[in-house]
Design a protein around this ligand. Structure first.
Ligand SMILES: Nc1ncnc2c1ncn2[C@@H]1O[C@H](COP(=O)(O)OP(=O)(O)OP(=O)(O)O)[C@@H](O)[C@H]1O
Length: 285
């Protein structure tokens, strides 16, 4: 057992999350970062055994700090492809367009460089990493992002605080990343990463899928907490309006055939729930 794991039971709690609780909300507002994520005319192809397949055909989206954008759309419309393309998955080739974080184009950057630029992806299907503990994974990720290892006692306190809030058993820190986790546990672990790594923008790809009603509330609270405390900008991909009762979107976008077919306010989600996607004819490439 590593020192990190042993120390997880220690009650030290002096990290950012704890400090945020001590800072009056009005002062916290001033510490929020103002950033923009601009997706401009994004065209994306995926490598398949039959060669490249074009999936996104010119996506435009602008997300500012503190904004929550929900993306809804039928199966196969390209929502996860957008998520992977933004995060820098090497299989998803950007053939045209730009992804700008605070004006800087990240399309030539690797996934880790994009993370350093402030982007975070909570995956629809989180990957199992046998042999790597949650504790070591999180601290390694934080070190890679910031360029220096966080002070151990402070970090241990931060991790414990974040896990408590997400109602995760401390034993989780000792388990291998996602290995044998239930679907709901994997989603909590994604949000745990987000809470500790503090990105500027998070793409949450069906984070609500597979969650029971209590877990949905806990995970939503986690997203709202980071959003309120840090000004996180959120792209929330979902099929269901249920999560939108907890995480209130400012904007809702309908994805059809690899494009944004319509954008509106929160009321658009209710319309989609009632009427489905039939009125949107798939847009040909
Ligand atoms: N690696 C891949 N190889 C082959 N086809 C792919 C690959 N990734 C995505 N696609 C195809 O691209 C299209 C869009 O897939 P994507 O997963 O982005 O859709 P989605 O809107 O997220 O769907 P869902 O709501 O079912 O999760 C689908 O037809 C899918 O089969």
């Amino acid at each position: 057992m590593s020192t990190v794991l042993t120390d997880l039971s220690c009650p030290v709690n002096t990290g950012p999350a704890a400090r945020a609780q001590l800072i009056p909300h009005s002062e916290r507002e001033e510490t929020k970062r103002m950033s923009t994520l601009e997706i401009k005319n994004l065209h994306v192809s995926v490598e398949t055994t039959d060669g490249p397949k074009s999936i996104l055909h010119g996506v435009d989206l602008t997300i500012a700090s503190g904004e929550i954008h929900a993306i809804m759309g039928p199966n196969g419309s390209g929502k996860s492809t957008l998520a992977y393309a933004v995060a820098g998955h090497p299989k998803y080739q950007i053939t045209e367009g730009e992804i700008l974080v605070d004006g800087e184009n990240v399309v030539e950057m690797s996934a880790d460089e994009r993370a350093q630029a402030g982007l975070f992806l909570a995956m629809q299907y989180p990957v199992e990493v046998p042999g790597v503990s949650v504790s070591n994974f999180l601290r390694t990720a934080k070190t890679a992002l910031t360029g220096e290892a966080p002070p151990l006692r402070q970090w241990v306190g931060d991790v414990k605080t974040a896990m408590d809030k997400l109602r995760m058993d401390p034993d989780f820190a000792q388990r291998d990343v996602n290995h044998g986790f239930s679907g709901g546990e994997k989603k909590r672990h994604e949000i745990l990463q987000m809470e500790l790594l503090q990105p500027k923008f998070a793409v949450l790809d069906e984070t609500d899928s597979g969650l029971d009603v209590d877990a949905l509330r806990v995970v939503s609270d986690g997203v709202n907490r980071v959003h309120q405390d840090t000004g996180l900008g959120v792209v929330l991909i979902t099929h269901y309006t249920r999560i939108l009762n907890y995480i209130k979107p400012d904007h809702v976008h309908v994805f059809i055939g690899g494009r944004v077919a319509e954008s509106g306010g929160p009321e658009l989600a209710a319309t989609l729930e009632a009427e489905g996607y039939d009125k949107y004819a798939p847009v040909s490439a």
